[in-house]
Design a protein around this ligand. Structure first.
Ligand SMILES: Nc1ncnc2c1ncn2[C@@H]1O[C@H](COP(=O)(O)OP(=O)(O)OP(=O)(O)O)[C@@H](O)[C@H]1O
Ligand SMILES: [Mg+2]
Length: 343
C-alpha cells in the first residue's frame, strides 16, 4: 500500500449544512483543527456497559482516544466489536456514554458521516466488483464524485479499480483491503477497523500497517482491533487491552510486554507424591502458589528458570518421581486471564 495522502473529497451536503469541517482539508496537511477541537479525545468512552440479556459484553469501560493509531487488543468475545458498534452509533450502550468528535453518533448524523467503519464480517456485496462496492459506499456517504473517490481509495489499498472480477472471488486479504477502501472513501476523521489485519500475509500486513500509520499521522483517529499481541506490536501504537468486557491494561507495547513478563507462570507437574512435592516447592520459595489435582501439582512461579533448574534435584532428594512438566500458560489467553485476575 502506498502512503499517498487522501484526496480532498467533495463536501458532504449534511456536513456542510452542519457547519462541520466537511472533510476537505488540504490534501497533505495534518488535521490540527480536529485535535484542537477535541482536546480530551476524538473518541470518549465513559462508564460504558452493554448487556445482551444475561450476557455482559462490555462492563464499565472508560477510555479516551486521540489522533493516531490505537489498538484494541483482546481475546475472542472480549467485547471489541461491541465497543466499536457503540462508537459508530450502531447500537446504544446499556449504561454510560460514547462520544465521537464531541457528539453521540446515534443522534448526530454529521458525526456519523465523519466515521469510517470496516466491520469484522466480510459483509461485501458479492456480485459487485471492487470499484462498484467502494463506489456504493461513497454514494451512501454522500460523496459527490463517487467514482473518482472510489478509484483513489482503491489505489491507497492497492486494489486495481479496473479489475472487474466480482468480490465474491476475492482472497481474504483482498476482501480486507476492499473493506478498508470502503471505510476510507469519504475521508473520515475517525476510522474504526475491526480486525483489519486478520487474514493478511506478512507483506500485505506490513503495507496495511504503514497505511494505517500514515492515516493516523495525518491527524485521524484510527482504532484497530486485534486478538494478536504481536500484530499490534508492529503498529507502534497505544494499546488498550480488553478482556471479558473490561478494560484491563493500557500502554505501549513495551509497557504491556513488561507487565506480561512479570506475571506468575503456571506449570503442571505430574509426580508420584504430589502433596509432598507441592509443600516443598512452597517451602523453598520455588512456587508462590500450588494446587494439587490428582497426581498433578499446578504450581505458580515467578521464576520459571529457577523452577526448571531446581525441580529435578528437589524431587530426587525427596525420592519423588517426576513424570511430566508442562507450562500451562504460554498462550495469549493466559496473559489476558492474568491481567483480568490482577485487578
Ligand atoms: N447481538 C448480540 N447478542 C447477544 N450477545 C452478543 C451480541 N453481540 C455480542 N454478544 C456477546 O457479547 C460478547 C462480546 O462480543 P464481541 O463480538 O463484542 O467480542 P469481540 O471481542 O469482538 O470478539 P471476537 O474477537 O470474537 O470478534 C460475547 O460474549 C458475545 O457472544
Ligand atoms: Mg469482534
Amino acid at each position: 500500500m502506498n502512503t499517498r495522502p487522501l484526496p480532498a473529497p467533495a463536501p458532504r451536503p449534511d456536513a456542510a449544512a452542519a457547519g462541520g469541517p466537511a472533510g476537505s482539508p488540504p490534501a497533505d496537511s495534518p488535521r490540527p483543527e480536529v485535535n484542537g477541537a477535541f482536546p480530551s479525545g476524538m473518541v470518549e468512552v465513559r462508564g460504558v456497559s452493554k448487556f445482551f440479556g444475561d450476557v455482559v459484553a462490555v462492563s464499565d469501560v472508560s477510555f479516551s482516544v486521540r489522533a493516531g493509531v490505537t489498538a484494541l487488543l483482546g481475546p475472542n468475545g472480549a467485547g471489541k466489536s461491541t465497543l466499536f458498534r457503540m462508537m459508530c452509533g450502531l447500537t446504544a450502550p446499556s449504561r454510560g456514554n460514547v462520544r465521537v468528535l464531541g457528539a453521540d453518533a446515534r443522534a448526530d448524523r454529521e458525526v456519523r458521516g465523519r466515521i469510517g467503519l470496516a466491520p469484522q464480517q466480510d459483509a461485501l456485496f458479492d456480485r459487485f466488483d471492487a470499484l462498484g462496492f467502494v463506489q456504493l459506499a461513497a454514494a451512501l456517504a454522500g460523496v459527490a464524485d463517487a467514482p473518482a473517490a472510489a478509484r483513489h481509495a482503491l489505489g491507497l489499498v492497492e486494489l486495481d479499480p479496473d479489475d472487474h472480477r466480482p468480490v465474491a472471488g476475492f482472497s481474504k486479504g483482498m476482501r480486507q483491503r476492499a473493506k478498508l477502501a470502503a471505510a476510507l472513501v469519504h475521508d473520515p476523521d475517525v476510522l474504526i477497523l475491526d480486525e483489519p489485519l486478520n487474514g493478511l500475509d506478512p507483506v500485505q500486513r506490513r503495507r496495511m500497517i504503514a497505511l494505517l500509520e500514515e492515516l493516523g499521522a495525518q491527524g485521524r483517529c484510527v482504532l484497530v482491533s486485534s486478538h494478536v499481541l504481536e500484530e499490534v506490536a508492529r503498529l507502534g501504537s497505544r494499546i488498550l487491552v480488553i478482556a471479558q468486557g473490561r478494560l484491563v491494561a493500557g500502554g505501549d507495547y513495551r509497557e504491556l510486554r513488561e507487565l506480561m513478563d512479570d506475571r506468575p507462570h503456571r506449570i503442571s507437574i505430574e509426580a508420584d507424591k504430589p502433596r509432598h512435592l507441592a509443600a516443598m516447592l512452597v517451602r523453598l520459595g520455588i512456587a508462590v502458589g500450588v494446587r494439587v489435582d490428582g497426581d498433578v501439582v499446578v504450581a505458580d512461579t515467578l521464576d520459571v528458570d529457577r523452577l526448571g533448574r531446581d525441580i529435578a534435584p528437589v524431587a530426587k532428594a525427596m525420592s519423588v518421581r517426576l513424570r511430566q512438566i508442562v507450562p500451562l500458560d504460554d498462550d495469549l489467553e493466559s496473559v489476558f486471564r492474568y491481567l483480568v485476575e490482577r485487578r
